[in-house]
Design a protein around this ligand. Structure first.
Ligand code: XUL
Length: 611
């Protein structure tokens, strides 16, 4: 029997990608289907419908995509994999990642097709319009649900007032919804999205047999032609719904929020109908959502007849729980307690593993995708049970604005400014779009040091190039302060940097100096079909790593052995292969450590002045 292969999929905003890895997690091949260019008949731009599309029905701030495009992409991906000559019979386990928060609405017909598809025909032809109760599904960029968010926030305040006021003794200035679900109300999160759908399209909601996240929808497609039906939700992904109660160390649906989303009560907690109708509305929504699986080592099932007969996958090929794209990216890099991942992209994002449930107004708290903490057994201390996600909206777009406005639209002038030695004498806040951290901060604010600890707000710097150092230092400082608050006494030992700006040496050096730790770039390269070495997609690789872990755990379970932690599996599989390269080591971190307190005061000043 030839060595097993592991497949990870990633259904993201713009493409469906697939990474095929060998048992040592080295890349064999990677391919993808881009929605805009490979499936032009769906008329998407950047993977979503243009804002003036009639299909969005004029709903302000709605962002969506045709659900059938995702199925067409799934069909095309397998066609392409077969054309590349993938050794399908060697694929031992598959897992997928899906863009977090986005949801899919299946009508009864979809369940029939998933149970017994025509193995000779593409799934797209079978999962037709009648198979979905919602043709255009919300994307994570959708912001049409502000009213629903306000209601979720209100109901959580009322419920919390009636019960506990704090979580694990944490300060109660954390909004109640965040204390319960790990996040403040978010327009893109699934609870608000389902609520708006039920309100706007009650018949279509009634016609919905199951509601899936993108991740378990893809897992269900992999199982087409088996008894699985709709795969369960993954705990880590489902934390991005504003619907799970994470507060008491378990992860389960919050009954009050569920009732509000189901239409069984209003935001004041008053029953919207008689008691039995309320109970049945809540039970109905619970049925539609299905179960949340808390043991990622437990396979969903095996591939169904559709993949077996059409593409030659083995009936033993394991289908694992699929998770959200953020948890999958975390899985790919597998930072330990005391480490963090910083993604410098359109927005700057940080992932920080956490040993405690740490809800806050500023970040999201998700269950860790590789933790067994909520699985009931085999609690492994090696994997922290949670991870926190921080999103700073003004990332690369703000850096590019500074480059274009003050650095002759030239990265090398921008970078030179970052090497200045007087970087702590001028700082700035460039909140070009309303910021998330700090919440709703706006505008551009610049400060220069007069003397000692006295700072003056200025309209401009004498040297325009100083804006480059000011923005990058301040962005890094914002990350330093929040990670420091999260880690408390634990020192930050290493940061994995990803995203476009991870290739910029000057930015990585500043990050290392400000954070006071090594900054490394994860290496997830492999080969493409022509044998050329290429960089792989972190998210689909992260999904494939889960497949490798689940395969290992299943083999051990069969042999009656105990489970192995995710980190150990990955380390054993990779052997000595270095999983990262050093991008920068800190040189003068004490300067920035000393500057932290002044910078925080300046951030508060800028915030007070931002309207
Ligand atoms: C995170 C978020 C995005 C999507 C992208 O909360 O909304 O990162 O997950 O697919």
């Amino acid at each position: 029997m030839s060595a097993p292969l592991f497949l990870g999929l990633d259904l993201s905003t713009q493409a469906l990608k697939a990474s095929l890895l060998d048992e040592h997690l080295a890349g064999i091949d990677e391919l993808g289907v881009r929605f805009d260019t490979d499936l032009p008949s769906y008329h998407t731009t950047g993977g979503v419908l243009p804002s003036d599309s009639e299909l969005l029905r004029g709903v302000p701030d709605a962002v969506g995509a045709p659900v059938r495009m995702y199925v067409a992409a799934f069909d095309l991906l397998w066609e392409r994999a077969a054309a590349r000559g993938w050794e399908m019979h060697r694929i031992a386990a598959i897992s997928a990642a899906g863009m977090q928060h986005a949801s899919v609405y299946l009508a009864k017909k979809a369940l029939d097709v998933l149970a017994s598809p025509d193995d000779a025909a593409p799934l797209g032809a079978q999962l037709d319009d009648a198979a979905f109760s919602r043709a255009i599904v919300p994307n994570w960029q959708d912001a049409s649900t502000r009213a629903e968010c306000a209601q979720l926030t209100r109901l959580a305040e009322i419920t919390c007032a009636a019960t506990a006021k704090s979580v694990h003794g944490r300060a109660s200035d954390v909004p109640a919804l965040s204390r319960i679900t790990g996040s403040t109300a978010q327009t893109r999160f699934t609870a608000a999205q389902i609520m708006r759908f039920r309100r706007d399209e009650p018949d279509a909601y009634a016609n919905t047999a199951r509601i899936a996240l993108v991740s378990n929808f893809v897992a269900s497609l992999l199982c087409a032609g088996s008894s699985v039906g709709v795969a369960p939700l993954d705990e880590s992904d489902a934390c991005g719904m504003n619907l799970l109660d994470m507060a008491d160390g378990k992860v389960q649906w919050n009954e009050s929020l569920l009732a509000l989303v189901a239409g069984a009560c209003d935001a004041e907690g008053r029953a919207a109908c008689d008691a039995s109708a309320s109970a049945s509305a809540s039970a109905e929504l619970k049925r539609k959502l299905g179960t949340v699986a808390c043991d990622p080592t437990q396979p969903v099932g095996t591939v169904g007849t559709w993949l077996q007969k059409r593409y030659g996958l083995q009936s033993s090929c394991i289908v694992c729980l699929s998770t959200g794209d953020n948890p999958a990216t975390l899985q790919c890099i597998a930072p330990r307690h005391g480490e963090a991942v910083v993604s410098l992209g359109t927005s700057d994002t940080a992932f920080v593993p956490s040993r405690t449930y740490a809800p806050s107004v500023e970040h999201h708290t998700f269950a860790h995708p590789a933790s067994l903490a909520h699985a009931g057994t085999n609690y492994s201390l090696a994997t922290p049970p949670y991870f926190l996600m921080l999103v700073f909206k003004n990332g690369s777009l703000a850096r590019e604005w500074v480059r274009d406005t003050y650095c002759d639209a030239d990265w090398s002038s921008f970078d030179k400014s970052l090497c200045r030695t007087d970087a702590c004498d001028a700082t700035g806040f460039y909140w070009l779009r309303p910021e998330i951290i700090p919440y709703d901060a706006r505008g551009v604010h610049r400060f220069v040091r007069d003397n000692g600890d006295d700072w003056t707000r200025v309209e401009s710097f004498d040297d325009p190039l100083a804006n480059a150092a000011a923005i990058v230092m301040s962005q890094c400082m914002a990350i330093r302060v929040r990670i420091g608050q999260i880690l408390g006494d634990t020192p930050l030992e290493r940061v994995y940097v990803v995203g476009g700006a991870a290739q910029n040496r000057a930015i990585c050096s500043m990050l290392a100096d400000v954070l006071g730790c090594q900054v490394v770039r994860p290496l997830v390269s492999g080969h493409d079909a022509s044998g050329e070495r290429i960089e792989y997609n972190f998210t689909s690789v992260g999904a494939a790593c889960r497949a490798r872990w689940v395969y290992e755990c299943s083999a051990r379970k069969k042999r009656g052995e105990s489970l192995v932690s995710y980190e150990e599996t990955i380390a054993l599989a990779r052997g000595d292969t270095c999983a990262y390269e050093v991008a920068a080591t800190p040189r003068n971190s004490s300067t920035y450590a000393a500057f932290e307190s002044a910078w925080r005061t300046l951030e508060q000043r800028a915030l007070n002045e931002s309207v």
